[in-house]
Design a protein around this ligand. Structure first.
Ligand SMILES: Cc1ncc(COP(=O)(O)O)c(C=O)c1O
Length: 407
């Protein structure tokens, strides 16, 4: 890649926590992005499963512009129409529950942990503290959410973490049974499909067995649907593939097409965990969470997904993309390994360093991301079409041909 002409300014002004690729985007349209030099890229990342309607979607742009004119922010000290409408819409899609709005996935998981703790401490008056989470999981970068993340690399260097937390193997129901057998677990948190951990789809029946286990032991079952939710996997929520309803569900990323918002939904019963105290003390809150602008963006995204049948489309396009990725893997067995995923959350294992692949893709005008140490992740906008997928696979194939000759 060319030298990063921004590196000096970045080094002088930004903290330097990110490992950025030397490209800066200028504008986008649908699944396409253009960088500052005018080069065009096919965006098969969508900001890591976030720009669910692609770039510059007219309905979203119009709704945000109108809402910005009307009202951007008011405090949660007052009632907010868009917030109520969004909560009602989510309740309809999820089939139950009440919402709390925040600004990110990590914050949604923080809220879920606080709700579970307070549910046991205050509502049931039988304190339980321990959170059980899964190896290979990812739940965010705040102290609590990184503490329940089952990957040590995200925890190193920060000293004492939040606890108690027990990490058990993912997709291992016996391990979960063993861990919950003491009837002392506060909550069990799981991604219905692991995203950052390498696009891991659990066995059929795993999520429903966790549901049964949580019912039997009184642990709060939390599904982290930050990456899998809002149509990404071909259902509104990935738990729905297995007909499993968690007690608490967290959302962010794709819900507002790139405008920052997180949501934590809880069953009516579990929602009591964060209800106002009798003495009027507010147990949890957020300044920006649920503001009119982000709620309007989310409402618009949900309405467009529904109107344009994008959940079914995500399923159809996912099947097509998985088929092409599987063919690619078979054609280049020295370069590729397993293909995994559901809907438009797809991963293909690579045998060369994943970062080299991503840079080669950038050079070819293709944006994809890494999920874990050896998996390329494709999470295009839900509006992606077959032709776009064909181009993406063609570009991957082109890189593979060059790589194959080198080997
Ligand atoms: C499953 C999952 N949970 C939580 C998060 C954290 O979300 P955010 O970066 O919005 O805090 C992510 C982000 O990748 C995620 O994939």
């Amino acid at each position: 890649m060319t030298d990063n002409i921004y590196s000096e300014r970045i080094a002088a002004s930004l903290i330097g926590n990110y490992r950025q690729y030397p490209v800066m985007f200028d504008h986008g349209d649908g699944v396409w992005l253009w960088d500052k030099k005018g080069k065009q890229y096919l965006d098969m990342a969508a900001g890591i499963a976030t720009s669910s309607l692609g770039h510059g979607h007219p309905d979203l742009v119009q709704a945000i512009a109108q809402q910005a004119k009307d009202l951007i922010h008011v405090s949660n000290l007052y009632c907010i129409d868009r917030q109520i409408e969004l909560a009602e819409k989510l309740k309809k899609l999820f089939g139950q529950g009440k919402s709390f709005f925040c600004n990110s996935g990590a914050e949604a998981n923080e809220a879920a942990i606080k709700l579970a703790r307070r549910y046991h401490h205050v509502c049931l008056k039988k304190p339980r503290d321990k959170i059980v989470a899964m190896s290979g999981s990812f739940h965010g970068r705040s102290v609590a959410s990184v503490s329940i993340t089952g990957q040590e690399k995200y925890q190193q260097g920060f000293g004492a973490l939040f606890g108690p937390v027990e990490i058990i193997p993912y997709n291992d129901i016996d391990a979960a049974k063993h861990s919950l057998s003491g009837y002392d677990i506060c909550a069990l948190i799981v991604e219905p499909i692991q995203g950052e951990g390498g696009i891991r789809v659990p066995d059929a029946g795993y999520l429903s067995s966790l549901r049964t286990l949580a019912n039997e032991t009184g642990a709060v079952l939390i599904f982290d649907e930050v990456q899998t939710g809002i149509g990404r996997t071909g259902c509104w929520f990935a738990g729905q593939h297995d007909l499993v309803t968690p007690d608490v569900m967290t959302l962010a990323k794709g819900i507002a097409g790139g405008v920052s918002i997180g949501a934590m939904m809880a069953s009516d019963h579990h929602a009591q965990g964060l209800a106002l105290s009798d003495d009027g003390i507010v147990p949890h809150a957020s300044t920006f969470g649920g503001n009119p602008l982000s709620c309007m963006a989310a409402l618009t995204v949900l309405n467009v997904i529904e109107r344009d049948h994008l959940v079914q489309h995500s399923s159809d396009m996912g099947i097509y993309m998985m088929q092409l990725l599987t063919e690619l893997s078979k054609d280049y067995p020295l370069l590729f390994g397993e293909v995994r995923g559901r809907g438009l959350l797809c991963g293909i294992d690579v045998k060369q360093p994943v970062r080299d692949w991503i840079i080669a893709c950038l050079e070819q005008g293709l944006l994809i991301t890494a999920a874990g140490a050896q998996t390329l992740r494709l999470t295009p906008a839900l509006i992606v079409q077959r032709d776009d997928i064909d181009i993406a696979i063609e570009r991957l194939r082109h890189i593979a041909t060059i790589q194959d000759k080198k080997n």
